[in-house]
Structure formats: structure tokens, C-alpha cells
Design a protein around this ligand. Structure first.
Ligand SMILES: [Fe+2]
Length: 439
């Protein structure tokens, strides 16, 4: 077996890191960029700069951004997040070193904007603040008020502008909740009691509640020196959803048992009378020893807070990931969800799906063989007249040319040809999440 055959997937093909940053001005456009898209699409991902890493999740963050205005693409950049970890080797002590300071965040998992700041997130550390031009300002800790890391999936309430988030810990406290005002002040931090250190990647908000997902993907710190991420499925831990008023604390959490499963991501959640609806991409199990990872499927949990029950319904067989609703509907009832139709071979998309929860209809922007995509991000049309009146944007990768494009499609008609395709001429490694940050 040669070295290439032994390399893990995240160091091969289009998962492999770029050797250098890239910067293009006025890239070639096919079609027409909608003139009401004024701002920047910023998406991050792992890009290990100093050798192999023990896991895909541990690569240095690189943000791939494009600035649009008045129908033009002003620039495209791939820029490293400048962190204290940037030039460390990815050896067995990497995770230990990274845990030495909350300032060691890689910024490789999500980019969000809140209260005038752009934050590149991972999930065990403080965010890294970026400028709109993708320069790194440095670790951001809410003027010293934040005493834990921050999930890569904070939720900004579309009604109040508050940002609600949590952090999990490898040591106690294992789960902490935080509430930030619309103008960026950390107002509340609460320790939430859970049974052990688990990987809690995402959570949910509704108009009145936050909902934690306490799922059986466990950290085993005895294995930390073995390299990689010491995570394992547990048949014993159980699985539950914790519903807490947004301004509540640990004693207010009502826990609901569910069938054991794992979900990295939720699409959205909302209240309907006494019920709380949560749509997630659900695995039957994840990292269960000796068992292949099953496909991830769109699943709806309906919590009946009066009856104390949770109903679970699988909505679709197609494997999906990277689910999104418009930012304006986070915590509010959605009709449509957008997500990547995942390849069965590796964690990248082969198309963008639109799911209509009213009709259970699915439509797809299907990519030709040899092309891949990631998470679709929604941006509303100016004077939008319906929930889906807007655009979906994402990067694609073409194996034959080894280059990527930035693609904009019409969210009302995802099966149609793209509205615009910006030819970047360079590749963007497969990565994680991003945001459209309008001016
Ligand atoms: Fe994520």
C-alpha cells in the first residue's frame, strides 16, 4: 500500500488543504448575479497548513469568501484564520495543546455575523473575530464575560436579535448556556447538568425556549493521548431533549427521552401550541464500534409538552446534511428546508435539495457526475413575497478541472439552471458552514 492509499479521506482529493491562500479580483461570471445581492458570502473549513491532522475537524480554519455588489463579484479570497494553533503540527498532543487556552479556536466550522461582528467559530474555544475583508482580529470573549467556548451553531433570534448559544466541555461543566443581547452584550450564562462529556454540536431555539440535544456520542478522555478525537457511541447513555425557557436555568429544564440516535445538525425548530417541532438530520447511531455509520436522514421530532411525549417521524430516505432555513425564520415556523443531498462515498453533496414540509415534495438542483457541493445558504430577494422568494448560494467543485465555482440558484425553482456561476479557477476544499452577510 503506498502512502496516498493510506492517507485519511480528509487529506486526499478535494478534502486536501490548499498550500497557499488565494485572492482574485473581478472573476469571470456566467449568467447574471442578482443586483439585490450586496454583501459577502463567507464559508469556512479545515485546511491544515503544517502537516497531517488526526481528524478532519482539527485542521486550521480557512475562510473562502466572495463579495457581491450591484451584480458584480468584486473579489474572491481564501484566507487562513490566523490563530495561535496555525503552525502547530497535527500530532498526538494537538488536542491537548489546543485545550490549553480558550483563545486557541481554529475558526474552521462556521462563520456568523452578530451585533456588527463577524465570528469564525469552532466549538471548544472562543470565536475568532474577522474583518469583512477576512483579516483576523483575534479571539473574541465578549469583553471578558465569556468563560467557556462557543458552539459553531449559535442561533440568532429573528424576532429579538438575541444570540443564544451553548458550549460543551470535555471536563465539567459539560454543558453551559449563554444568552447575548441584540447589541452584543453577554447577559446570562447557566451551567446545565448533563451526565457526561458528549459531543453536542448543535441545538435549537423557538420563540420562548431553547432545546438542548443530549445524545450518546461520548468523549473518553482516557484515549486523548491516542490522537484523533476520542469519541465513541454509547449504548448506555440514552438520548434526550432538554427544553428550557430562554431566560431559564438548569432547574427549569424539562428533559424528554428519545430513541438513541445522533444528530450533528438541526434544520430549525418552532412552537405550535403546546408542541415543539424540531427537524434534524438524524443518524440511527454514530461511531458505534464495529458498525458502519448509517445514512443521515431528515427526521421530525414533535415534543408534546402537555403529554410529555416525543413523536419521531422520518421524512425522507435520501441521505442529507447541512440543513438550512432562511436566517429570518430561525426559531419560527418554516415551510421549506434546504440541504445537501449527500454522496454515499464521502461527506460532500451531489445536489441541493428543497424539502416542502407542507406537501412533502422534494425538488433538487442535481449536479452532474464528478461535481460536488456543500451547504446551501439562503438570501432573501429584495421585497420578497414568499418564504422561498430568494436565492441559494454555495460553492461547487468539479473533479475534471480541479476547480470550484460560486453558484447562485433561484430558491423558488431549484431545478432550473443557475442564475449565476462565478468561475473561480482555483479549488475550494470541501468544508463546513457559512453565512450570507448582507451589507
Ligand atoms: Fe456543524
Amino acid at each position: 500500500m503506498n502512502d496516498a492509499a493510506k492517507a485519511p479521506f480528509w487529506l486526499t482529493g478535494n478534502f486536501a488543504p490548499l498550500a497557499t491562500e488565494n485572492e482574485l479580483s473581478n472573476p469571470t461570471i456566467e449568467g447574471t448575479i442578482p443586483s439585490d445581492l450586496n454583501g459577502r458570502y463567507l464559508r469556512t473549513g479545515p485546511n491544515p497548513m503544517s502537516g497531517p491532522t488526526d481528524h478532519w475537524f482539527l485542521g486550521d480554519g480557512m475562510v473562502h469568501g466572495i463579495e457581491l455588489s450591484g451584480g458584480s463579484a468584486n473579489w474572491f479570497k481564501s484566507k487562513l484564520v490566523q490563530t495561535p494553533m496555525l503552525n502547530m503540527r497535527g500530532d498526538a498532543d494537538y488536542l491537548t495543546e489546543s485545550m490549553a487556552s480558550l483563545k486557541n479556536g481554529l475558526g474552521n466550522t462556521h462563520v456568523v455575523s452578530h451585533a456588527g461582528k463577524i465570528l469564525a467559530l469552532e466549538e471548544l474555544h472562543f470565536p475568532q473575530e474577522l474583518t469583512p475583508d477576512l483579516e483576523t482580529v483575534g479571539a473574541y470573549d465578549y469583553n471578558g464575560a465569556l468563560n467557556t467556548g462557543m458552539t459553531a451553531h449559535p442561533k440568532v433570534c429573528s424576532k429579538t436579535g438575541e444570540m443564544l448559544f451553548f458550549a460543551y466541555g470535555l471536563m465539567p461543566p459539560y454543558l453551559t448556556y449563554h444568552r447575548v443581547s441584540a447589541d452584543g452584550e453577554l447577559l446570562q450564562s447557566e451551567v446545565i447538568e448533563v451526565g457526561a462529556a458528549t459531543m453536542a454540536h448543535d441545538f435549537n431555539i423557538t420563540e420562548n425556549y431553547v432545546i438542548f440535544m443530549d445524545l450518546p456520542l461520548m468523549f473518553d478522555m482516557k484515549r486523548i493521548t491516542e490522537g484523533g478525537i476520542p469519541l465513541m457511541w454509547s449504548d448506555d447513555y440514552g438520548a434526550r431533549l432538554g427544553v428550557m425557557p430562554r431566560k431559564g436555568s438548569n432547574t427549569d429544564v424539562v428533559w424528554y427521552d428519545i430513541d438513541p440516535c445522533y444528530a450533528f445538525h438541526s434544520l430549525n425548530a418552532y412552537e405550535e401550541g403546546d408542541k415543539i417541532v424540531i427537524d434534524v438530520c438524524r443518524f440511527d447511531h454514530y461511531l458505534k464500534p464495529g458498525v458502519p455509520i448509517p445514512p443521515e436522514q431528515l427526521t421530525r421530532w414533535t415534543i408534546d409538552t402537555k403529554a410529555g411525549t416525543v413523536e419521531e417521524k422520518k421524512l425522507m430516505e435520501i441521505p442529507v446534511e447541512f440543513p438550512r432555513v432562511p436566517d429570518s425564520l430561525v426559531g419560527q415556523k418554516h415551510r421549506f428546508g434546504y440541504m445537501a443531498h449527500m454522496s454515499e462515498e464521502f461527506p460532500a453533496g451531489v445536489g441541493v435539495l428543497k424539502y416542502d414540509f407542507q406537501s412533502d415534495q422534494v425538488t433538487e438542483f442535481a449536479l452532474p457526475s464528478g461535481q460536488y457541493c456543500g451547504e446551501p445558504v439562503f438570501a432573501p430577494r429584495e421585497h420578497a413575497s414568499s418564504e422561498d422568494d430568494g436565492y441559494l448560494m454555495f460553492y461547487t467543485y468539479d473533479e475534471a478541472s480541479d476547480t470550484s465555482d460560486f453558484v447562485v440558484i433561484d430558491a423558488r425553482d431549484v431545478e432550473a439552471a443557475p442564475l449565476a456561476r462565478v468561475k473561480l479557477g482555483v479549488r475550494i476544499p470541501f468544508g463546513f458552514h457559512g453565512s450570507w452577510i448582507a451589507d
